[in-house]
Design a binder for this molecule. Structure first.
Ligand SMILES: C[S@@+](CC[C@H](N)C(=O)[O-])C[C@H]1O[C@@H](n2cnc3c(N)ncnc32)[C@H](O)[C@@H]1O
Length: 354
């Protein structure tokens, strides 16, 4: 297959296309992108007949920032007979590998959401038929996806379970915790789910750790840290929610995060300050290079036009400075579902004895 379908937050199609083209080209997969602004998806069409299959099977999905989900797929299936969609799709199924399950999903747009009920019922009808005909196998390593643009226009494709997002539409749905003081709280929770496998939570997000929250007020991120039984130093001139202060786990310092220096290092530093990405990146670099924290989750706000270039430059500068300082690290970044004009970055210092 040579069509690579990419899902993203509507409005981020250009970023999504640019980063996929960069990643594909770095591995010798060449092609061109097709996109429509605010559609919630983009297409990379490879010049090689198998370029998209090669991409989903050989490139690392976790390196993509703006892409929520990717599929190797057939060209657009247009104007399918709405009386018998299943037969029309069955004729194409032998072009896909055997898959473990089927997900039928719309774009994350207003029109897309109107298709959700159709997607759910079509998904269960088509899955039943595929199982009945022995065309699905729970042990298979790929998932089948149908991306519905309407009731008659589809992309049919697949993605490896171990190298794609596990959630429909590539979106992790989280319930807002009722006592949290701000909706931002979901950004940190989603970040932890994205960046830290569940089996590692006991080791990295555990009780008794010391954390600092830069730009903490009113306390949505601090709430998550407190909820994991950490002790939190919250830095902000603004007021923190009283319920958090009552927990006895929070020390609030009304200081400037850009000049604050800890007297003792922290396990975690998180930062949600609204400022220039280069300035925030500089602050993060200072914390990591000085060994003031072992692990961080921070946001880079992106109100500018050239968002992809800005992110690329900031992350390249951060990595160059860490390498120069001899810091061994693992870095990942994602445009999370709960992020709007921003991305979230996770860095863990890997030097022994840290
Ligand atoms: C987006 S809000 C943080 C929301 C918070 N993460 C939450 O979940 O409730 C950004 C905060 O950064 C604070 N801030 C901005 N510049 C700062 C600075 N130089 N030092 C400390 N705090 C700063 C603001 O006062 C504001 O409360």
């Amino acid at each position: 297959m040579n069509h690579l379908l990419l899902y993203c937050r509507p409005g981020f199609e250009k970023e999504c296309a640019a980063e996929v083209r960069d990643l594909c080209e770095s591995q010798g997969i060449f092609g061109y992108c097709k996109l429509e602004e605010n559609s919630g998806y983009a297409l990379f069409v490879s010049h090689q007949p198998n370029g998209a299959s090669q991409a989903v099977e050989q490139l690392d999905f976790s390196r993509l920032i703006f892409v929520r989900q990717w599929l190797a797929c057939l060209p657009l299936i247009d104007d399918i007979d709405s009386d018998d969609r299943i037969s029309a799709l069955l004729q194409l199924i032998d072009q896909l590998p055997i898959c473990s399950e089927l997900i039928v999903e719309p774009a994350d747009t207003t029109e897309g959401r109107e298709l959700q009920r159709f997607c759910n019922s079509f998904s269960s009808a088509f899955s039943q038929r595929l199982r009945k005909q022995g065309l699905m196998d729970r042990r298979a390593v790929n998932r089948m996806h149908i991306f519905a643009l309407s009731g008659t226009r589809f992309y049919l494709g697949y993605a490896p379970e171990q190298n794609s997002a596990p959630w429909p539409m590539g979106i992790m749905r989280l319930k807002f915790p009722k006592n949290a003081p701000s909706r931002s709280t979901l950004k940190l929770e989603e970040a932890w789910h994205w960046f830290i496998p569940q089996q590692d939570w006991d080791r990295y997000i555990s009780s008794g750790k010391r954390a600092v929250d830069l730009g903490a007020a009113p306390g949505g991120w601090t709430w998550q840290l407190v909820n994991q039984n950490m002790f939190v130093t919250a830095i902000d001139n603004g007021p923190m929610a009283e319920s958090l202060m009552d927990s006895g786990q929070v020390t609030h310092l009304t200081e400037d995060a850009f000049t604050y220096q800890p007297y003792k290092s922290f396990d975690w530093m998180v930062c949600d300050i609204v400022d220039k990405p280069t300035k925030v990146t500089g602050l993060m670099t200072r914390w990591l290079v000085n060994g003031w924290c072992r692990e961080t989750v921070f946001n880079l706000k992106l109100p500018m036009k050239q968002r992809y270039m800005e992110v690329k430059n900031c992350l390249a500068a951060l990595e160059a400075d860490l390498q120069e300082a001899g810091v061994k690290y693992h870095l990942a970044a994602k445009h999370l579902y709960h992020d709007r004009e921003e991305i979230t970055v996770h860095v863990r210092v890997m030097n022994p004895g840290f």
